[in-house]
Design a protein around this ligand. Structure first.
Ligand code: G6P
Length: 608
């Protein structure tokens, strides 16, 4: 998704801006640009493709400028191209960068064209810079001009602007898209993600909805949505910077897969087991939990799959009604009120636009309270939910989520224990769950040992264009997650079905060319699954079966068994996930795709 970085300082800023853009690359983008002010001149450089292309262009013309704004663009309105890349400029004096979508851009564009403005891009964002030009022309200063512009915008935005008449000032505003203010010594910054500025500061102010900010090297001022001057708390981030480096791994994704034993253990110990320390969810968590009778989960993408697993767990182990729905559907439909229901959002980034909108859209009397399972502290969902569980995955850079998903599942299990205490969970099962959480890191290590075997079978996917994943029960969402991983990073069209649905449609697709990946733990549904796999075999399909030895599958010409370690049934959806992550990773390597930054995808989806 688009990224913004801006800096005003007493030293040259172009290196700071470029480093910031590099840190935002993982979010996904298709073009990059920068606008710098120096000696009353605006210098703009923008290019389609990687930040490295912009960097090479800037190296040819190094700038001593002390102020600038920069952007990585992920196309929404208009194709990826240099013209559509940000910053956009008006009248050679003012430049802006924008994240989000301006919904009334068509109408604004017509009005501006009638006033004689010529548009050079197909973007919705270009209207902002011309509107700013109009306001500046009326004699407003940059801050009030931006204030007048945002009044005219419908939609979502984070904007940063510079103007040659204000040679040390950046004006910025947010509504619906994230924006932080970075505090340095004799320098201030803005960015869409603190990660972009961790090289220059660890002190941030998270701007709130409707806030505007003005920064110069010595000063900042914030106004809220009513235009009142406000102060906001300064947050000091303590996470380690080296987590954003690949270390000895070829890709962030592989590093993040390998970090799972550690971060799963850290997420478990965060909860202070054996008795869940409920204060980690928030001060009044215990009081709220006492009143919860049902759960409504809302999430997107991989996090939605975590929600599907949670539904199986809450209903089968606690008998607690649990619904799960993708946020983009939930937010736009009329819903019945759910008394005593907890609204649980699940999100790695805590910034996903649809999940955030779902939370905001919930009427005050629709749910008892809201809880988010998120990986990023201070993110919008974290700030706006009543209760929070922070997964301890650390920054996840690979676009395809791995360690965030498995730690989300640990978060759900912790919640299961918290509710188990209230809903009469069998003490034997509770002890089993605690023991399973203790051994989980070792179980995942045992899966990682299978790396070479999984890498070997991945070679068979080089010529494949389609794949089918099958699972039953709680392993159906795991099959869905496996197929999502494969399609995201290898671009193989992959589908997942509950195995019992095979003969109701997908079996028609099975022939010698169709790899069928089965998640086959030794559970009460194994024999049913075995029959489903026979149906595939007798139609010539090639099987890849992830199963423990006790399940007694035998490898043959067209059956490839990947041995899974014996581990507890409650946590084994997590261990099977890790095996499927490795499969996707190695297939993507065979296919030669950009594993960490797959085409067209973004890490943090901050627009609808
Ligand atoms: C994007 C990412 C996915 C992620 C989804 C939801 O599509 O590429 O990996 O699962 O957003 O993101 P969230 O941050 O809410 O978990």
């Amino acid at each position: 998704m688009c990224g913004i970085v801006g800096a005003t300082a007493k030293r040259p800023v172009s290196e700071i801006l470029l480093a910031g853009l590099h840190s935002l690359e993982y979010r996904g983008y298709d073009s990059a640009g920068v606008a710098l002010l120096h000696n009353d001149e605006l210098f703009v450089s923008k290019h389609q493709g990687k930040v490295a292309i912009l960097e090479a262009a800037l190296q040819k013309q190094p700038s001593p400028s002390h102020i600038g704004i920069a952007h990585t663009r992920w196309a929404t309105h208009g194709v990826p191209s240099a013209e559509n890349a940000h910053p956009h400029v008006s009248n050679n004096r003012v430049a802006i960068v924008h994240n989000g979508i301006i919904e009334n851009h068509d109408q604004l564009r017509k009005g501006l064209q009638a006033q004689g403005f010529e548009f050079v891009s197909q973007t919705d964002s270009e209207v902002i810079v011309h509107l700013l030009s109009v306001e500046l022309h009326k004699g407003s200063d940059l801050d009030s001009a931006l204030g007048a512009v945002v009044e005219q915008l419908d939609g979502a935005y984070a904007i940063a602007a510079i103007d040659i008449a204000h040679p040390d000032r950046i004006a910025a505003a947010r509504h619906g898209s994230p924006l932080v203010l970075g505090i340095g010594f004799g320098e201030y910054f803005v960015a869409s993600d603190p990660l972009a500025l961790r090289q220059v500061t660890n002190r941030f102010i998270y701007l709130e909805e409707g806030d505007r900010v003005s920064i110069t090297p010595d000063h900042y001022q914030i106004w809220d949505k009513t235009a009142a001057s406000v102060t906001r708390p300064v947050v000091e981030l303590k996470d380690k910077l080296d987590q954003a480096s690949k270390g000895d791994f070829d890709h962030f994704m592989l590093k993040e897969i390998y970090e799972q034993p550690r971060v799963l253990a850290e997420t478990t110990s965060f909860a202070g087991l054996p008795t869940v320390d409920e204060s980690i969810f928030g001060a009044n968590a215990s009081e709220i939990f006492d009143r919860v009778d049902a759960i409504q989960i809302v999430a997107c993408g991989t996090s939605y799959h975590a929600g599907m697993v949670a539904k199986y767990w809450f209903e089968s182990h606690l008998g607690m009604p649990c619904n799960v729905e993708v946020a983009s559907e939930f937010r736009y439909r009329l819903r019945a009120k759910r008394p005593n229901t907890l609204l649980l959002t699940i999100s790695q980034s805590g910034e996903t636009a649809d999940s955030l909108a779902a939370l905001r859209d919930a009427a005050p009397d629709e749910f008892l309270a809201s809880l988010v399972i998120a990986n990023v502290d201070n993110s919008a969902l974290v700030r706006e939910s009543d209760l929070v569980f922070l997964t301890q995955a650390g920054p996840e850079i690979g676009v395809a989520s791995t360690k965030a998903f498995t730690t989300q599942l640990v978060g759900v299990l912790i919640l299961l224990l918290a509710f188990g205490r209230r809903k009469g969970m069998d003490s034997g099962f509770q002890a089993q769950l605690l023991q399973a959480l203790r051994t989980l890191p070792d179980d995942v290590e045992a899966v990682l040992v299978q790396r070479a075997r999984i890498e070997a079978v991945s070679e068979r996917f080089i010529q494949k264009h389609h794949a089918l994943f099958l699972g039953r029960g709680v392993y159906y969402p795991i099959a869905l997650e496996g197929s999502l991983k494969l399609k995201e990073i290898s671009y193989i069209h992959a589908e997942a079905y509950p195995a019992g649905e095979l003969k109701h449609g997908p079996l028609a697709l099975v022939d010698e060319e169709m790899p069928v990946i089965a998640v086959a733990p030794n559970d009460e549904l194994l024999e049913k699954l075995r029959s489903n796999l026979e149906e595939v075999r007798s139609r010539g399909g090639e099987l890849y079966v992830f199963a423990p030895q006790e399940a007694n599958f035998e490898s043959s010409d067209r059956v490839h068994v990947i041995n899974m370690p014996h581990c507890d049934a409650i946590t084994s959806p997590i261990t099977y996930t890790v095996a499927l992550q490795l499969l996707s990773y190695y297939v993507a390597i065979q296919k030669g795709t950009d594993v960490d930054k797959p085409r067209n995808l973004a890490k943090s989806v901050t627009v609808e």
